[in-house]
Design a protein around this ligand. Structure first.
Ligand code: HXC
Length: 257
C-alpha cells in the first residue's frame, strides 16, 4: 500500500506505523489520520502480525489535530465531514497497539496515545492537552480517558490549564509502561511488542478485550465479560498446547487456533 503521510514496516511479527508529517510536527490532518487507521486495520487483519507499534519522530509523536485544517470549520462541517469520528477507528483494532513516544504528544496526539493499549515513552516525551490555549477542549476522548486513567484532579488541570506531563510523570501516573532513552526508543518498543507477539494470539485478543471492558461497565458486568472471554479459550488448541507444554516443561508452540 502506497501511503504518503505514514510509513509502514514489519519487523518479525511486529507491524510498525510511523507518522510522517515532520514539517507539521506530525499534526493529524484527515489524510494522515485515514492512512494511519488504514495501516492499523491492514496489520490487524494480517495473521503474521501479533502486535502493532505507532511511533513518530524524535521531536514529535504528534502535535495534535491539524489546526490549519480545522481553523475555519463550522460545527456543521466538523459533524458532517466525520473528522472527529475517524478517531474512533482505533477502538476496532483487536491486536495490541503500542505507542512509542518521543517528544510532543499533544492534543489529539496525546488522545491517540491514550487510546493505545500500552505506551513506551522516551525520556524526551511530553504529554498534554493544550486545546484550551486555542479556545477548544479535547474532542478525541481526552477528557474521558485522562479522567479514568489519572483521576479527576490531574485530568482537570491538563484539560483546563494545559498542564503537561514529563515522561517520568507519565510513568509515575500510569500513562506510560516504560521510560527508555531517546536513542533506541523504537527498538525498545519493538522488543516489548515482540514479547507480546510471541504469546498465544487468541488469549492476547481476549485479554485486550476484557481489560478494555473495565472502562465501559460496572464490576459485575466486567466480570461477566471476563468469563465470556475466559471459557471459550478452553476450546482452543493453544490452551491444550500451553498447558501440556507447561506439564512437559517445554516451550509452547502457538497456532493461533
Ligand atoms: C498544524 C502544526 C501543529 C498543529 C505544529 N504545527 N503543530 N500545524 N496543527 N497541531 C506546525 C507549525 O505551525 C509549524 O509550521 C511547524 O509545525 C513546526 O511547529 P513550531 O510551532 O514552529 O515548532 P516548535 O516551536 O518546536 O513548537 C512545537 C509545538 C507547537 C510545541 C508542538 O508547534 C505547538 O504548540 N503546536 C500546537 C499544539 C496544539 O495546540 N495541539 C492541539 C491541537 S487541537 P510552519 O509552517 O509555521 O513551519 C487538537 C484537538 C483534537 O488536537 C480533537 C480531535 C477531534
Amino acid at each position: 500500500m502506497a501511503y504518503t503521510t505514514v510509513i509502514t514496516e514489519t519487523r518479525g511479527r511486529v507491524g510498525i506505523v510511523q507518522l510522517n508529517r515532520p514539517q507539521a510536527m506530525n499534526a493529524f490532518n484527515t489524510a494522515m489520520l485515514t492512512e494511519l487507521f488504514d495501516a492499523l486495520e491492514a496489520f490487524d487483519k494480517d495473521n503474521h502480525i501479533g502486535a502493532i507499534i505507532v511511533t513518530g519522530n524524535e521531536k514529535a509523536f504528534a502535535a495534535g489535530a491539524d489546526i490549519k485544517e480545522m481553523a475555519e470549520a463550522s460545527p456543521f462541517q466538523m459533524i458532517t465531514e466525520g473528522r472527529v469520528e475517524l478517531w474512533d477507528r482505533i477502538r476496532g483494532i483487536k491486536k495490541p497497539v503500542i505507542a512509542a513516544v518521543s517528544g510532543w504528544a499533544l492534543g489529539g496526539g496525546c488522545e491517540f496515545v491514550l487510546s493505545c493499549d500500552m505506551v513506551i515513552a522516551s525520556e524526551s516525551a511530553k504529554f498534554g492537552q493544550p486545546e484550551i490555549t486555542i479556545g477548544i477542549i479535547p474532542g478525541a476522548g481526552g477528557t474521558q480517558r485522562l479522567a479514568r486513567l489519572l483521576g479527576k484532579q490531574l485530568a482537570m488541570e491538563m484539560v483546563i490549564n494545559n498542564r503537561t506531563l514529563t515522561a517520568a510523570e507519565a510513568l509515575h501516573f500510569g500513562l506510560a509502561n516504560r521510560v527508555v532513552p531517546v536513542d533506541g526508543c523504537l527498538e525498545a518498543a519493538v522488543a516489548f511488542a515482540e514479547e507480546i507477539a510471541s504469546r498465544a494470539p487468541l488469549a492476547v485478543r481476549m485479554g485486550k478485550d476484557a481489560v478494555n471492558a473495565a472502562f465501559e461497565t460496572s464490576l459485575t458486568e466486567g466480570l461477566k465479560t471476563e468469563k465470556r472471554n475466559f471459557y471459550p479459550l478452553f476450546s482452543t488448541e493453544d490452551q491444550k498446547e500451553g498447558m501440556q507444554a507447561f506439564i512437559e516443561k517445554r516451550k509452547a508452540d502457538w497456532k493461533g487456533k
